[in-house]
Design a protein around this ligand. Structure first.
Ligand code: ADP
Length: 228
């Protein structure tokens, strides 16, 4: 379970990332985080993967209480999380296979496990035939699939995605969104910040809307709800 209780994030320059935010996301949910640019979506996601700390309040993921967690525990938390960014943040000098394998190497997986698991996850994201390509030989959608494969390879409980379709054309974005719903169907909890209005409206998942650092709406089968 992901839980925020009275979370405020103030940046050193005085900007408010989040103001008194409380929410609970249960295992297995699929949640869209929507809101205008600057609303606090990325701040929320960064707090969850321990990239930033709340100024006030508690952020909890399963047994981890992020505010009082030592840096030593961070790798254990991160193993529960798969993180997908807008740009895939791929290593340009490594192949698709190596990019995905790298995420297993850094957590100390054995070569045998890597050789078994990476092909499975490349199959899941539809990149089996691209395994020996380099990132610059791939389309934007394929690059994003590599990013997703890398996020999934250690079998995370939670998948956090910050505008994963932001750089993609509508058809490719729809494909990527389908992939996330499949990932959720297979058991991962998904939290996705997005501007993909039509896709959010189509999928009828839980929608949490934030504006100016505050939750303004939280609907079980929601819509995007903005014009832009
Ligand atoms: P969103 O992801 O919804 O576009 P952000 O979480 O990036 O919103 O930003 C929320 C607010 O926090 C904005 O006012 C932004 O300027 C501010 N902010 C975000 N990151 C930083 C930072 N590293 N330093 C200072 N202010 C920040």
């Amino acid at each position: 379970m992901i839980r925020l209780e009275g979370v405020t994030k103030r940046y050193p320059n005085g900007h408010h990332g989040l103001v008194d935010v409380s929410l609970t996301i249960h295992r297995g949910e699929f949640v869209f985080l929507v809101g205008p640019s600057g609303a606090g979506k990325s701040t929320l996601i960064r707090l969850l993967y321990g990239e930033d700390r709340a100024t006030q309040g508690d952020v909890m993921i399963d047994q981890f209480r992020l505010g009082s967690m030592s840096l030593r525990q961070l790798p254990r938390l991160r193993r529960k999380l798969g993180i997908v960014f807008q740009d895939g943040k791929l290593l340009p000098t490594r192949t698709v296979f190596q990019n995905v394998a790298f995420a297993m190497e850094v957590v100390g997986a054995s070569k045998k496990d890597i050789m078994r698991r990476v092909p499975q996850v490349l199959e899941l994201v539809g990149l089996r035939r691209r395994r020996d390509h380099y990132p610059d030989q791939l389309s934007g959608g394929e690059q994003q699939r590599v990013g997703i494969a890398r996020a999934l390879v250690n079998q995370p409980t939670y998948v956090l995605a910050d505008e994963p379709t932001g750089n993609l054309d509508p058809d490719t974005a729809a494909d990527i969104m389908r992939l996330f719903t499949e990932i959720n169907r297979r058991g991962a909890t998904v939290l996705m910040a997005t501007h993909a209005r039509e896709l959010v409206n189509h999928l009828q998942k839980r929608v949490i809307a934030i504006e100016d650092g505050r939750i303004v709406r939280d609907e079980a089968r929601g819509a995007y709800g903005y014009d832009a």
